[in-house]
Design a protein around this ligand. Structure first.
Ligand code: SAM
Length: 261
């Protein structure tokens, strides 16, 4: 199968996206608590990467490029190419040959992808058997639904069908527009059965909720930290010893491994 053509974006959309990357790099440099969170989450990702010999590790939607700090071998890409990205790549039209890739890493990206079904069809095509899609995404728990809904600039819409592709003109879509509910709907609700029926070549081997209030307390990429660093570190350490079921109620993050059979 040949890869579909990478969709075009308007110059205005490209410019505003690059400005967001720069903003996020500044926020990251200024926020040690946020960097500590990401370091732990990239550790989680790293531990699930398949052997490098299987095929390249490619990050989609690398944005500000934080992954380079934690996984130097990763090939960084984004739908809007910045100087630190190896190439431009849209999740729905991957510029790779069939069976060429070992891992596709999406860190806070799936919920921005306009057509998730097209992305997974592309993942089936480019991943070598034994390859993996690794996702770190927002999780919508009873607590995070309130906090994300009230304080996060991105939307939470639990009413959509994650397996239906809306008609979207890529050149008009802001790559930062999102529905934070999408990964929860897809992997933690009844839709997962439909997903597996649609993609029999894929298996969902891990769905893990994690990260409690320590995450929003960092302020994320758009706000100031809510706690002094010492107190924040104590909260972060406490959360790291809590069992997973706690995060079903209070979690903010989801880690998913999807395997190519
Ligand atoms: C919230 S940012 C996450 C950036 C980075 N992974 C991080 O964790 O900081 C979402 C990223 O996904 C990219 N993106 C959005 N839609 C995309 C698509 N269809 N294909 C590839 N990347 C996309 C955006 O340009 C943006 O860089």
């Amino acid at each position: 199968m040949s890869s579909p053509a990478t969709p075009e974006l308007s110059p205005a959309v490209r410019e505003s996206t690059l400005a967001r990357f720069a903003e996020h790099r500044r926020a990251w440099d200024a926020n040690p608590a946020l960097r500590a969170c990401y370091a732990r989450w990239y550790q989680l990702l790293c531990s699930a990467l398949p052997p490098r010999e299987l095929g390249a590790w490619v990050e989609l939607g690398s944005g500000p490029g934080f992954a380079a700090e934690f996984i130097p071998e990763m090939i960084l890409t984004d739908i809007v190419q910045a100087p630190w990205h190896a190439r431009r790549a849209a999740a729905e039209a991957l510029p790779f040959a069939d069976g060429e890739i070992g891992a596709l890493v999406l860190f806070d990206v799936l919920h921005h992808v306009a057509a998730p079904v097209r992305f997974f069809a592309e993942a089936v095509r480019v991943l070598r058997p034994g390859g993996r899609v690794l996702l770190v995404e927002p999780y919508i728990s009873p607590l995070s639904r309130v906090i994300y809904g009230r304080f996060h600039p991105e939307g939470v819409d639990m009413s959509v069908d994650p397996l239906v592709t809306p008609p979207v003109a890529h050149e008009e879509k802001d790559p930062f527009l999102s529905n934070q509910a999408l990964p929860t709907l897809l992997f933690c609700r009844k839709h997962v059965r439909r997903f597996l029926a649609m993609f029999p070549q894929l298996a969902v081997s891990r769905v893990e909720r994690f990260a409690g209030l320590a995450y929003p307390a960092t302020g994320g990429l758009s706000r100031r930290p809510l706690l002094p660093l010492g107190l924040w570190k104590a909260l972060f350490a406490l959360e790291s010893i809590l069992p997973e079921f706690v995060f079903r109620l209070f979690g903010f993050r989801l880690f998913v491994i999807v395997e190519r059979r």
